[in-house]
Design a protein around this ligand. Structure first.
Ligand code: NAD
Length: 437
């Protein structure tokens, strides 16, 4: 079997690499010449745990190849995945220009039947649009299938190789057989490939992400209320998470969700609702609460410094939107750092994987980048934690105390225990819990 993957970002590269690991031939296509050059030179442009081993093995064994040429890429491919960006357009709806452009091109160059798979997160009705764009010029038969991706950055390889489920939206028996064959090696343990119509599959992805964003946001609102009512959100989390109807995951309070998916997908689903004249009230609240939650620590920080952050040195631990990724898209850290800079503070940041992206694409040299978490603390008047990387969990607190000008932590991810902070004599602000002074 031979497949093509168009778009070699976080989703496309993982999709291509993981399918090549099952023994099939994979051709990855991207318009970014530099990215393809890197990949052809054995350099993986993103950080994703476990990807390197699979990538190098399959490249070496000749199953995984890269090109910028679409026609070359799709030659003899039975399945063509579209793993292209679907960023928010000006009105918040998903912008389909990348998808429809490639669909248009495919119509002109396809030489034999293929299954075109929407792997990108796309609104209800997109499979029909992609189909129409291809059909305009197509000389051969084809099917368009919706196959949303549920992988999580940071554990993407594991998620892809052992998915909880695979959702495939198609009403074509021919396409169904191809998709069944392709995914069979990944669902051998019995996890389901759930077949449905295209529109339901498209909706499933938005429903999943919006539900998870809502779960996080609900817990953040409980945390905000805990602060006012003198309760501890960590206790509440343990108390409700043990209920199997609720579940333990996605219940950690913090400074809100970010990343390239939740914010844009919640927004896009709200936009879809609007298009159908349906007021999806919960989604609006989720967006509003999350926006406020992201910078929730700033007023506390300002109050701590009597309203003036000018000239203050603030250490920052964590830039990526979550641990185990270098992805900084919509990372709450960035919004906070921008405010710190506007207020005249000096920022020294450390992140195990995200610093290069922040330096190259976002903040340049407006902040200082430290080589270790401790180097970021030099003379700092406060430490702010924005991402819960595991190496921040058990640091050498004595060393931190010696390095910092004052022992003050603003923890946006509730990384430490309150009792421990009391014992160590840190001033400690966190989310939904009492402040330790
Ligand atoms: P990305 O920005 O990392 O990658 C997209 C790639 O497409 C880029 O490399 C870009 O150069 C390439 N591209 C753009 N136009 C092209 C064209 N005409 N031809 C070939 N390549 C082209 O995006 P991503 O994070 O991989 O997300 C892709 C899609 O998958 C989005 O719809 C996203 O919502 C969805 N998704 C993402 C995740 C995630 O965790 N990142 C998870 C599930 C679903």
């Amino acid at each position: 079997m031979k497949i093509a993957v168009i778009g070699t970002g976080y989703v496309g590269l993982v999709t291509g690499t993981c399918f090549s690991e099952t023994g099939i031939q994979v051709m990855c296509v991207d318009i970014d010449i530099k990215k393809v050059e890197k990949l052809n030179n054995g350099i993986i442009p993103i950080y994703e745990p476990g990807l390197d081993v699979l990538f190098h093995r399959n490249v070496a064994e000749g199953r995984l190849k890269f090109t910028t040429n679409l026609a070359e890429g799709i030659k003899d491919a039975q399945v063509i995945f579209l793993a292209l960006p679907t960023p928010p357009g000006e009105d918040g709806s998903a912008d389909l220009k990348y998808i429809l452009k490639v669909a248009d091109d495919l119509g002109q160059i396809m030489e034999e039947y293929a299954v075109i798979v929407d792997k990108s997160t796309v609104p209800v009705g997109t499979a029909e649009k992609v189909s129409a764009a291809i059909a305009k010029n197509a000389k051969v038969d084809f099917d368009v299938v919706s196959n949303p991706e549920f992988l999580r950055e940071g554990v993407a390889v594991e998620d892809f190789m052992k998915p909880d489920r695979v959702v495939v939206g198609t009403r074509s028996e021919r396409a169904k057989k191809v998709m069944e064959k392709l995914y069979a090696p990944l669902v051998r343990q019995g996890n389901p490939v759930i077949f449905m119509d295209e529109r339901s599959a498209e909706m499933t992805k938005y429903a999943a992400n919006s539900f998870l964003a809502m779960k996080i946001t609900f817990m953040n609102e409980i945390a905000n209320l805990c602060e006012l009512a003198g309760a501890d959100v960590d206790n509440v989390r343990k108390g409700i998470g043990t209920d199997s109807r609720i579940g333990k995951r996605f219940l950690f309070a913090g400074i809100g969700y970010g990343g390239s998916c939740f914010p844009k997908d919640v927004q896009a689903l709200a936009k879809t609702s609007e298009e159908y004249n349906y007021e999806f009230k919960v989604l609006k609240s989720v967006m509003e609460v999350n926006e406020a939650q992201k910078t929730k620590m700033i007023p506390l920080l300002k109050k701590h410094f009597n309203g003036d952050l000018k000239g203050k040195t603030i250490a920052v631990w964590g830039l990526s939107f979550k641990p185990y990724t270098d992805d900084i898209r919509e990372a709450p850290a960035l919004e906070n750092i921008n405010i710190l800079l506007e207020e005249g503070a000096k920022v020294i940041a450390y992140d195990p994987e995200g610093m290069e992206n922040v330096r190259n694409y976002v903040l340049g040299n407006k902040i200082t980048y430290a080589h270790t978490p401790y180097a970021a603390l030099d003379d700092a008047e406060a430490l702010m934690i924005f991402t819960e990387w595991p190496q921040f969990r058990t640091p050498e607190f004595e060393k931190m105390a010696l390095l910092m000008k004052s022992k003050v932590i603003f923890d946006g991810r509730n990384v430490y225990e309150l009792d421990h902070m009391k014992e160590l004599g840190f001033t400690y602000y966190s989310i939904g819990r009492e402040t330790v002074n």
